[in-house]
Design a protein around this ligand. Structure first.
Ligand SMILES: Cc1cc2nc3c(=O)[nH]c(=O)nc-3n(C[C@H](O)[C@H](O)[C@H](O)COP(=O)(O)OP(=O)(O)OC[C@H]3O[C@@H](n4cnc5c(N)ncnc54)[C@H](O)[C@@H]3O)c2cc1C
Length: 495
């Protein structure tokens, strides 16, 4: 523990889900907490867009490992059920593979998934997937406490993780997710299904560590969830919880610098020049940005080539209803490898996997004769110098049309139903949330050691901590929530 035994004055930079979560937890422990957010609203990537009665989550559309969020609400006042309606999804998603096979992936646990696979992909595929998930369960048991729920502390983390040689063999730190999958999964569609889970952290399955097997395990063993009214309500509820515990949140207030004095973090300078003194500074912004732009001396800047991928988003306000539409639909291309090759080369994916999130939720549509669709394809980061320039309006228009044509080719043709649409590019994401190039997950989990190379929660500057999706243990709401818990423990004190 950093060991602030008394109450501390804590300042948090950024009111995304990471900043809000750590603010609520630290405030509940009695610290004096103030949060500074550059944007007009809280939430960051957990964003929201409304127009003409249509509403959309612009970021997360799938909540996994809700235990992390339940823990946050319990520790800060009252159970999550008192403020949010968190519902399990069943089916979790409808998949259409490149060969035309259709699969409804059920909620309700691993046995139900195995039965659905046997039905849709053929006898024996359920057993292959179950064998893989058993291995993933063992990886989860080994890695959860010493790695995901603990601060990254160099050799000490490795020692904790490697309690025995059999634990090391289980996690297989030398293997890629795809490599591990191939030893269990013979059916090419199962391999495609597994590959997709690497993209949950913006990574390439051939390079991502085998430990990412925990991603499908967590989703299928503990369920996939939706927050009625939209996932963005989670951000507002955590913000409310922070304020109820005494935190102050100031939107429209960009931070220009983290200040240091006497060799430790001493506060912030806001863009308007105001200086705010503090005992503890928590950075909840993109780690690359913190190290490059906000510290008086740039340090330890993560390598740019390690950035995770971004996303190209279409928000579609549609006339009419789609018979049989699922909450989530995934339309795979015939050649999934080509997608990862395009991303690695920094170019828009020519024939992308298309993900559609279309909750059947009256709060998102103006009437019963319309639908609000969030459509996402993986995209390279905004990189005008060496990759794709997502400010090129012609490219954006052509690519939006490509996505709609791709959907039509794969059985979801909504082109004559679009009342209006809104595009969010990686450049927009960079502008709106300050993430480097619009990378969704900070550095990518590409490479066996990648998990240990993520920026640690404790910075080299005493009194400065990092929370959120670009630091340990990683991106996505569950891991961001865990990072807030880790940082709360590192700050310690009060209670
Ligand atoms: C399209 C998309 C789909 C996703 N889908 C899922 C999903 O289905 N499930 C899931 O679990 N996760 C998903 N994610 C990932 C998830 O949204 C993120 O991991 C998480 O929200 C990151 O939270 P954060 O607090 O770390 O960062 P952010 O949300 O980026 O918050 C950083 C905040 O800091 C602010 N800021 C930046 N610079 C400054 C400054 N100088 N001064 C003051 N404020 C500043 C920004 O405005 C922002 O509000 C998705 C993300 C995207 C973009």
């Amino acid at each position: 523990m950093e060991g602030t035994d008394a109450l501390s004055r804590v300042v948090v930079v950024g009111a995304g889900f990471g900043g809000l979560s750590v603010a609520a937890r630290l405030a509940a422990r009695g610290h004096r907490v103030e949060v500074f957010e550059q944007g007009p609203e809280v939430g960051g990537k957990l964003g929201w867009f409304s127009r003409d009665g249509f509403s959309f989550d612009t970021g997360p559309s799938l909540l996994t490992l809700p235990a992390v969020q339940r823990d946050l609400f319990l520790k800060t006042g009252a159970p999550i059920e008192e403020v949010l309606d968190v519902v399990p999804l069943d089916p979790v998603a409808h998949y259409r593979f490149g060969d035309g096979t259709e699969l409804d992936l059920p909620g309700g646990g691993l046995p139900a998934v195995a039965a659905a696979l046997d039905d849709a992909l053929g006898a024996g595929t359920g057993a292959q997937w179950t064998a893989f998930q058993r291995r993933a369960a063992r990886i989860w048991d080994v890695a959860r406490e010493p790695f995901l729920e603990s601060a990254l502390e160099g050799p000490r983390t490795l020692v904790r993780l490697a309690r025995s040689t059999s634990d090391v063999r289980t996690v297989a730190p030398w293997a890629s997710l795809r490599g591990l999958g191939r030893t269990y999964l013979q059916d090419p569609r199962l391999r495609t299904l597994l590959d997709r889970y690497a993209t949950y952290s913006g990574s390439d399955p051939a390079k991502a560590p085998a430990a990412l097997a925990t991603v499908p395990f967590v989703e299928q063993a503990f369920g996939a969830w939706y927050v009625r009214g939209g996932l963005h309500r989670l951000a507002q509820a955590v913000a409310d919880r922070a304020v109820e515990n005494g935190a102050r949140i100031r939107t429209g207030t960009p931070v220009a610098r983290v200040l240091e004095a006497g060799g430790r973090a001493s506060g912030l300078r806001l863009q308007d020049g105001t200086e705010v003194a503090a005992d503890v500074v928590v950075s909840a912004v993109d780690a690359a940005r913190l190290y490059r732009d906000l510290l008086p001396r740039p340090r330890l800047q993560p390598k740019r080539r390690l950035r995770s991928s971004s996303g190209f988003v279409l928000l579609l306000a549609l006339d009419g209803r789609t018979p049989g539409l699922r909450h989530h639909t995934v339309l795979f291309p015939p050649d999934y490898d080509a997608e990862f090759a395009d991303l690695a080369a920094g170019r828009p994916v020519a024939d992308p996997t298309v993900y559609v999130s279309a909750p059947d939720d009256p709060a998102l549509r103006p009437d019963e004769h319309s639908e609000a669709w969030f459509v996402l394809v993986n995209a390279p980061v905004h990189d005008p110098a060496g990759g794709t320039d997502w400010r090129d309006a012609g490219l954006v228009e052509r690519y939006a049309a490509t996505v709609l044509e791709t959907m039509a080719r794969r059985g979801l043709d909504v082109r004559d139903r679009v009342r209006w649409s809104e595009v969010r590019t990686p450049a927009d994401l960079e502008h709106l949330t300050g993430s480097d190039g619009g990378a969704i997950y900070g550095t990518a989990s590409n490479g066996a050691r990648s998990a240990f190379l993520r920026p640690a929660n404790r910075s080299p500057v005493p009194g400065l901590f990092l929370v959120g999706g670009s630091s340990h243990p990683g991106g996505g709401l569950p891991l961001v929530g865990l990072s807030a818990r880790i940082v709360t423990d590192l700050v310690g004190g009060a209670d």
